[in-house]
Design a protein around this ligand. Structure first.
Ligand code: SF4
Length: 490
């Protein structure tokens, strides 16, 4: 998935603001983090493997000076978890420097590679982002905007980008609008001086007054973290240009039509973020209500799989008039198990992450609400934990439809045989995870909870209708560029 942030705020410490925004997007990727910053003359990049707060500490940020910055946290869908694959990707070309932060996954990597003079040998890492950055840097005419306008129309797949050179910041969204990207504004006077949502600290508490600025972020939660007020979404097929001494300028590189990943609303984005005008906590709570109507269960209590199942569990409890309880606690310092890059790490992660509360569970029949079942192994461990803690019956309710198809647009579920619902019936899944009953929310129930037409979303992992055709074998895709990289040849 990845989290991206861009800041153009002349006279301010843009790297620090970008890191703050990125910290709010940590849930989108935990493998690496990095920032690129420019003081108007020179672009500096710092990136490393690890969490945002580990990589971008105060001491490091103090040395990254300048008013324009981009930042990125990584969750891999192309290339291994190596330093070389951390972002922002950076390239010094014959005519320009370019730094890129990318959320998404390209599906025509092989075709793009053929366009790069020198091919694989020119790549330092093994990601599609590295390839895109190399293509932008190698364009021989014009400035970075000209390079974007020449390269982007040939790029297919999911890409929300923050791109920068020494002087300007660009926010880009692919023509299908798979991944979100929002534009916000730091009001004159500095962070928290614009429209203030309830509960926001008063302006004096937010630090000294500073100048205005613009912020790009994967989610509105990233804007909130730096005190920027939401202005609008970057449109599919649009480049937003920041840094010419004026407000944002909009340039189109292709006609666009939104197919926002519906998983962003179901599970991935933060519940305090807004997408398409919807607050995601409220959307998920309504998904729980719809699930209770579609698949009721007689039980003593309703509990979430913490934390992401919380809003849907609250909705289920409300609609079914069954008490809501916490049946497990989550170690808040453990990362998301699903986005760890290997199965072995994911399995170990569950034990560290969740602990049952036997006093709440013993002898009781429980409805457990979660937002998805991907491979089934985590769910099986959770059901086992609950049973060992004394739960009499476990009724599993999933606030999403079964995942029947792989994703090629930025979620690391590219291998169909790893998806349990693709190869097993619902009853076989129930048996595998060890639940007494199992039911999923329908696509109609998801749409009812969101309140927007189906055409605005990608539902491909549920219905197999891919908005952009995927031209070649998915298994080879994630590591397609691996043997081309410096890392791969060591
Ligand atoms: S295939 Fe699924 S996970 Fe991938 S973009 Fe579409 S809805 Fe999202």
């Amino acid at each position: 998935m990845c989290g991206i942030v861009g800041v153009h705020a002349p006279g301010q410490e843009a790297a620090g603001l970008a890191a703050l925004g990125l910290f709010a997007l940590q849930h989108r990727g935990q493998e690496s983090a990095g920032v690129a910053v420019s003081d108007g003359d020179q672009v500096m990049v710092y990136r490393d493997l690890g969490m945002v707060s580990q990589v971008l500490d105060d001491r490091r940020l103090a040395s990254l000076r300048g008013g324009t910055a981009i930042a990125h946290c990584r969750y891999s869908t192309t290339g291994s978890t190596l330093w070389e694959n951390s972002q922002p990707a950076f390239r010094l070309g014959p005519r320009r420097v370019v730094a890129v932060g990318h959320n998404g996954n390209l599906v025509n990597t092989r075709e793009l590679l053929a366009r790069l003079q020198g091919g694989r040998r020119r790549l330092q890492g093994s990601t599609d982002t590295e390839l895109l950055t190399a293509l932008l840097a190698s364009e021989e005419r014009g400035d970075l905007l000209d390079a974007l306008l020449r390269v982007l129309p040939g790029v297919r797949g999911a890409f929300s980008l923050v791109v920068m050179d020494e002087r300007r910041l660009f926010g880009v969204r692919d023509p299908w609008g798979f991944r979100p990207l929002v534009l916000g504004r730091i009001a004159p006077g500095g962070p928290w001086q614009g429209a203030e949502p309830a509960g926001r600290p008063p302006a004096e508490a937010a630090g000294p007054a500073v100048g205005a600025g613009w912020v790009l972020a994967s989610e509105t939660a990233g804007l909130d973290a730096v005190g920027a007020e939401y202005v609008r979404d970057v449109e599919p097929g649009e480049i937003v240009v920041l840094g010419e001494g004026e407000g944002p300028r909009s340039v189109r590189f292709a006609p666009g039509r939104e197919h926002l990943c519906v998983f962003e609303l179901i599970y991935f984005a933060r519940p305090d973020s807004y997408m398409l005008g919807r607050n995601l906590y409220e959307v998920r709570r309504r998904m729980g209500e719809a699930l209770a109507r579609e698949a009721p269960a007689a039980a003593d209590l309703v509990m979430p799989v913490p934390d992401t199942g919380g809003p849907a569990a609250a909705g289920f409890a409300e609609a079914s008039r069954i008490p809501y309880r916490e049946g497990m606690v989550r170690n808040r310092y453990a990362g998301r198990t699903f986005i760890q890059p290997s199965q072995a790490l994911r399995q170990r992660g569950v034990n560290v992450k969740l602990s049952p509360l036997p006093e709440q569970l013993r002898g009781r029949s429980v409805v457990v609400v979660d937002d998805s079942i991907v491979r089934g192994t985590t769910t099986r461990q959770i059901v086992g934990l609950l049973r060992r803690a004394g739960a009499r019956e476990v009724h599993l309710r999933i606030s999403a439809p079964p995942i029947h198809h792989p994703c090629f647009y930025g979620i690391d579920t590219q291998v169909e045989t790893e998806l349990i619902a693709a190869t097993h019936t619902t009853d076989q899944v129930r048996e595998f995870v060890g639940a007494d009953s199992l039911a999923y929310l329908s696509i109609g129930g998801v749409l009812e909870a969101i309140g927007l037409p189906r055409e605005r979303f990608c539902f491909a992992c549920f219905d197999g209708r891919y908005p952009v055709p995927v031209p070649y074998d998915a298994v080879s895709h994630k590591f397609l560029l691996e043997d081309a990289s410096v890392a791969g040849s060591r």
